[in-house]
Design a binder for this molecule. Sequence first.
Ligand SMILES: [Zn+2]
Length: 79
Amino acid sequence: MTAMTTAAVLFKAACPDCRGCFELGAGALRLAIGATRRTTFYSFTCPDCGSAVRKPAGERIIELLTGGGVSTLRLHSTA
Ligand SMILES: [Zn+2]
């Protein structure tokens, strides 16, 4: 049960294209968990230049993002 209202969590992100630094809410990020580390990544659209950024997600990042309410896509369904 999720009775508690989720506090607005902001994630710091940086764009490799325009080198912009910004904070994104959970709704602006997407996490994809694949079978391997190479297919496990998070992505977002840079608010400054509009570039689609994709970065590898380690275990810590996965914990942070899922804990912060970022929508997670599981690319590999077998547990
Ligand atoms: Zn950018």
